[in-house]
Design a protein around this ligand. Structure first.
Ligand SMILES: Cc1ncc(COP(=O)(O)O)c(C=O)c1O
Length: 392
């Protein structure tokens, strides 16, 4: 069957995290490897009621084919929320409901990338974006990110030497590193991109999960005509709904809708109606406040345990929100080797490798803090600290 497959599917690696999660099925392992929102906060009863109510009140209407753009009520809700949260004026016509924001990435790849096109991606970067874009076989140009944002020198070099079509960013509590771009960094990136034909993709599934600090300026404010926003209800309501959205200027939307129609005609409209009903009858901000209160405590517990149990020359980020933090071991150490040692001590994490386009072995790793309580976090970080010392 070797010859049966397309080049595009042969080249794209399997999701490394899914492979790792198989190892961590053992329940005695404390896992900081997953990337999941905490199931304790899924609004089970309110969603159950919303489902009952839409079936009861709207009957067969909700079971018909629907339009490709998505349910108008839900798009209006998203538009209103952008105005309230970020002072952004976004027309419902500029919003396309997608099957998770992951589909937004695929539609953007499909719409903009020819084989060999230049694409800028963060390093380390979200591996789901690397996987989605790799299907369209672009030339990746990784630009390092660290506390404060993108490396402007490296960005300037790519913009000067190549003609990148897309620049992919997760500016708030980035997956995998937890870092956020400062306002100054965002302004500088926008200025550098301003006179190019590069489109900025600002993927923001974590923006609402801020437990400290203040909201930062959106690229949509800085470069409205060159920015596409991706959003998601996966981390604020529930990922099983598979509901996200894409905001694009009118000049791009027609083509994105063609890509959407070719992919799946429209996003599950039953899920859209249930979510909309939930959003109308419940206070999303109050729900998010509950989530971030707990995530903030868990992040603080992880930082405290790292300070107590890790050797002093191990570095780590201290995110103001989101679900992850990023650890850098002293240069020359391998996080793959640490993974082997840590599994023996029954603690897991994701080594940095899959977050680099060239999948190099590295001294970095991602830790998730959204899914374990504070006592488990302390215990797991102690085990990890012991594993690091063994490798020293
Ligand atoms: C940065 C980033 N973008 C997109 C996604 C995909 O989310 P969704 O569930 O909306 O498809 C994730 C999921 O973890 C993510 O971390």
């Amino acid at each position: 069957m070797e010859n049966a497959f397309s080049d595009r599917i042969t080249d794209v690696p399997k999701s490394f995290i899914r492979e790792i999660l198989k190892v961590t099925n053992d329940t005695s392992i404390i896992s900081f490897a997953g990337g999941l929102p905490n199931r304790l906060f899924f609004p089970v009863k309110p969603l159950q009621k919303a489902s009952f109510d839409v079936f009861e009140e709207e009957g067969s209407d909700i079971l018909q084919y629907a339009n490709s753009e998505g349910y108008l009520g839900l798009r209006q809700y998203i538009s209103d929320r952008y105005r309230k949260q970020e002072g952004l004026d976004i027309s419902v016509n500029d919003i396309l409901i997608t099957t998770g924001s992951q589909q937004g990435l695929d539609l953007l790849g499909k719409t903009f990338l020819n084989e060999g096109d230049d694409l800028i991606i963060e390093e380390p970067g979200y591996l789901g974006a690397i996987q989605a874009f790799a299907m369209y076989r672009p030339r990746f140009h990784p630009v390092p990110v660290s506390e404060g944002g993108m490396d402007l020198v490296a960005l300037g070099k790519v913009l000067r030497e190549r003609r990148p079509k897309l620049l992919y960013t997760v500016t708030n509590f980035q997956n995998p590193s937890g870092i956020s771009y400062s306002d100054d960094n965002r302004r500088a990136v926008a200025e550098m991109v301003r006179n190019s034909s590069c489109l900025i993709i600002q993927d923001d599934p974590y923006g609402d999960l801020r437990f400290s600090g203040t909201r930062k300026v959106s690229f949509k404010h800085l470069l409205p005509d060159n920015t596409v926003l991706l959003g998601s209800f996966s981390k604020t309501v529930a990922p099983a709904l598979r509901l996200g959205w894409l905001v694009a200027p009118p000049a791009l939307m027609d083509k994105l809708i063609i890509a959407k129609q070719a992919a799946d005609l429209h996003t599950n409209s039953l899920a859209q109606r249930i979510l909309y009903r939930y959003l109308c009858d419940n206070d999303l901000d109050a729900h998010i406040a509950t989530i971030i209160h707990q995530y903030g405590l868990q992040k603080a517990a992880m930082i405290a345990a790292i300070q107590q149990y890790f050797p002093a020359d191990v570095q780590y980020t201290n995110p103001e929100g989101g679900m992850f933090l990023w650890v850098s071991l002293p240069a020359g150490m391998s996080s793959m080797a640490l993974f082997e040692a840590a599994i023996k001590k029954k603690v897991a994490f994701v080594p940095g490798t899959p977050f680099y386009v060239d999948r190099k072995d590295s001294n970095t790793l991602r830790l998730n803090f959204s899914c374990s309580d504070e006592a488990t976090i302390a215990q797991g970080i102690k085990r990890l600290g012991d594993s690091i010392r063994e490798l020293f």
